[in-house]
Design a binder for this molecule. Structure first.
Ligand code: FES
Length: 96
């Protein structure tokens, strides 16, 4: 997965959601509920395909059609390019 606007790429292991994969790669992705309701982790898939683990994520039909996902409950089904809408002050490299 490549994450924009940060411009970084990392692997998403099978069965792992996008937020968890970012975290495993050392990135913080804004999140709150972790169950697909609060929309804090909302992002847009601009290339590739992702699916939600839950039947009714908190997105409208129009948002789903536009490629929006709730990253805490979304898993890739192909290589992805994702616009995470994150600014540098809300998504940053974790201190090591
Ligand atoms: S963290 Fe709440 S919807 Fe993803």
């Amino acid at each position: 997965m490549r994450l924009e606007p940060a411009g970084v790429a990392f692997d998403v292991p099978p069965g792992m959601d996008l937020v968890s994969a970012a975290r495993a790669a050392g990135w913080r992705w804004p999140k709150s509920c972790r169950n697909g309701t609060c929309r804090t982790c909302r992002a847009r898939v601009v290339e590739g395909h992702a699916v939600h683990r839950i039947d009714w994520p908190g997105l409208s039909r129009e948002e789903l059609a536009e490629g929006w996902v709730l990253a805490c409950v979304a898993e890739p089904r192909s290589d992805l390019v994702v616009d995470a809408l994150c600014q540098p002050d809300t998504m940053s490299l974790k201190p090591r």
